[in-house]
Design a protein around this ligand. Structure first.
Ligand SMILES: [Zn+2]
Length: 284
C-alpha cells in the first residue's frame, strides 16, 4: 500500500512537470482545444487509477508472492546466475510489454479498447492516462502471465514498474527536446518523437514503434520507424476524427459499438518505414 501511494505521488508529480514543460516547449502544434481533451483524459485517469488499484495491482502482487514462494518462472531456474537476474528481469518485462502492445493492435477484440487511446486527436502527457478500463482489465490477465513466465523479484518488478510508468508519461508528452539530445536519448529510450510516429493516422506509421521503455525491440522485430518529421504527422485514427467521436460517452462506449471501416486489420509485420540498408535516423 505504501509503495502504491509513493508510486502514485511520484507519477502525478512527474506528469505535472511534463504538462508544464510541454506548454512552453511544444513538439507538435495541437489540433484541438486543450480543455475538452483534458476533461476526457482526466476522467480516464481517475478510472485508470481505480481499475489498476482493484485489478492490475492485486493480481500482480498475488502472482509475485506466488512465484517467489514457489521459485516459479524463467529467472528462478537454478541455471540463471543470480547477479544477472535483475537485468534479465528488466529486459524480459520490457520485451513482453512490446508483444502485448503488438497484440493490442493485431487482435480485433483488444484493438477495440486500445483504439480509445489512439483516437485522441492530439498527443500529450494526458494521453498517457487515456486507457479504457476494459484494456486495463485485460492487461491484468497479461500481467499475471508475464510475472508467472518471468518470475521477477519484488525489487526488480518495482524498479521496472517505476521506469515503465515514467517513460510512458515521457514518450506520450508533447515536449520538444533539442533533436541532438533526443537522438542521443533514443539510443536507449522510447522518446516523444519516436512514439509520436506510432500515433500517426498513416497506417504504416501506426504499425511501427510499439516499444515502451527500450527502443531495441522495434529494431529487433523490424518495426522501427524514425524517418518521419513531426510536422508531417496527423495524430489520431482515420474515421474517428469528429468532435463527437472524442466526447467522453462516445469514447467509453466505442469498444462496444460496430467498428468503423478504416485501415485496421492490415498486417503489422515489418514496418515499410524501414528500408533495408538505409540508416534509421530520428527525424526532426
Ligand atoms: Zn498503440
Amino acid at each position: 500500500m505504501k509503495n502504491t501511494l509513493f508510486l502514485g505521488a511520484a507519477v502525478t508529480g512527474f506528469a505535472l512537470g511534463l504538462f508544464l514543460l510541454e506548454r512552453f516547449f511544444p513538439l507538435r502544434r495541437p489540433d484541438r482545444p486543450l480543455a475538452g481533451r483534458l476533461f476526457v483524459n482526466l476522467v480516464y485517469a481517475a478510472f485508470a487509477f481505480l481499475t489498476v488499484a482493484l485489478t492490475v495491482r492485486p493480481a500482480a502482487e498475488a502472482m509475485l508472492a506466488w512465484t517467489d514462494r514457489n521459485a516459479f518462472g524463467l529467472l528462478n531456474l537454478p541455471v540463471i546466475p543470480v547477479p544477472i537476474r535483475p537485468i534479465a528481469a528488466f529486459l524480459l518485462m520490457d520485451l513482453t510489454f512490446y508483444w502485448w502492445h503488438r497484440a493490442n493492435h493485431s487482435i480485433p477484440l483488444l484493438w477495440r479498447f486500445h483504439n480509445v487511446h489512439h483516437i485522441d486527436p492530439d498527443l500529450d502527457v494526458s494521453t498517457a492516462f487515456r486507457f479504457h478500463f476494459g484494456e486495463l482489465a485485460f492487461s491484468s490477465a497479461f500481467r499475471v502471465a508475464q510475472i508467472a513466465l518471468i518470475g521477477p523479484s519484488l525489487g526488480s518488478f518495482l524498479l521496472y514498474e517505476t521506469v515503465f510508468q515514467a517513460n510512458t508519461l515521457f514518450h506520450h508528452s508533447n515536449l520538444r527536446l533539442p533533436i541532438g539530445i533526443e537522438r542521443l536519448l533514443n539510443r536507449a529510450l522510447v522518446t516523444p518523437r519516436m512514439h509520436g510516429i506510432h500515433h500517426s493516422q498513416v497506417m504504416t506509421e501506426t504499425n511501427s514503434n510499439y516499444g515502451s521503455v527500450l527502443p531495441w525491440w522495434d529494431r529487433l522485430h523490424r518495426t522501427l520507424g524514425l524517418n518521419v518529421p513531426q510536422a508531417h504527422i496527423v495524430i489520431g485514427v482515420p474515421g474517428y476524427e469528429q468532435y463527437e467521436d472524442n466526447r467522453l460517452q462516445a469514447t467509453l462506449l466505442m469498444p462496444f459499438r460496430k467498428q468503423r471501416d478504416y485501415w485496421f486489420g492490415m498486417p503489422a509485420m515489418r514496418s515499410p518505414l524501414e528500408k533495408s540498408g538505409e540508416p534509421m535516423v530520428l527525424a526532426e
